[in-house]
Design a protein around this ligand. Sequence first.
Ligand SMILES: Nc1nc2c(ncn2[C@@H]2O[C@H](COP(=O)(O)OP(=O)(O)O)[C@@H](O)[C@H]2O)c(=O)[nH]1
Ligand SMILES: [Mg+2]
Length: 291
Amino acid sequence: MLFKRFGEKLRSLFGGRKIDDAFFDELEDTLIEGDLGARLTDEIITELREISRREKITEAEDLRARMKEILSGYIKSYEAMPEHGKVNVYMILGVNGVGKTTTIAKMAKRFSGEGYKVLLAAGDTFRAAAVDQLDIHATRLGMRIVKQQMGSDPGAVIYDAISSAEAHGDELILLDTAGRMHNKENLMKELQKMDKVIKARKIDDDCYRKFIVIDATTGQNGVSQAMLFNEAVKLDGVILTKYDSAAKGGSLLQIGRLLGLPVLFVCTGEGYDDIKPFDKDEFLSALMGIE
Ligand SMILES: Nc1nc2c(ncn2[C@@H]2O[C@H](COP(=O)(O)OP(=O)(O)O)[C@@H](O)[C@H]2O)c(=O)[nH]1
Ligand SMILES: [Mg+2]
């Protein structure tokens, strides 16, 4: 469902009608369609029923703000602030095609604009095109990149990148990773190996972060992806991409609620500047069709 249509649907649902069973049934269908999942939908409906009974609320309109409050408790924003004068590593994870490499280029531009010395690391060695793609961004943005040949050990790439950052005084390594390998187990093992290499290099705990990129158009799938990667390497947060196209917002709420992961950036296009920090209030207002 289109994000806008979802908001419009919620807006009309909460506008000018009495609260009854039909209202809750429609709300339930709408939340499921909007990718909030059975568990969250159930939780929200139960809580709203309870509030309306307890506070004798009879107009749907008067529940709108209460629902926003409930949703607001599900997600947090994450402010990324790499430490100056140290080597910070941001590992960017996610399945193929979600927008990892593109997002890394956007983050590189953004953080270097904020005064950080940024280094790109081409950790997706599974596909030749992946290294080239990051390389092209590095050239365009005038950034340094550490890369190896396709098929080489991504653990060695990040090992080299850390040495290079130390030698050049780079403060933030943005590490690209593979989103697909011969099978899921291989991929997870590979990611865990990189994680071990980074930890063994004694990067400060506060300076090492793992973010998953979730494609806003994939809905429920995004939730399973976040669970899978979180199990393999404990995640620190989420970056939402493709929020410009047929975006569904509900999956982000599920990831926040079920995994407790905060949201770092939202990306809304293919350009370098199509990225901005997650604004919870703006997100929830858009989701609920509140002007
Ligand atoms: N519309 C839109 N497209 C995006 C966005 N982020 C990435 N893409 C596109 O998604 C495709 C896959 O991106 P890529 O960075 O190669 O994904 P990766 O496989 O995860 O590294 C490319 O065509 C990107 O231009 C976004 O925020 N909005
Ligand atoms: Mg890529």
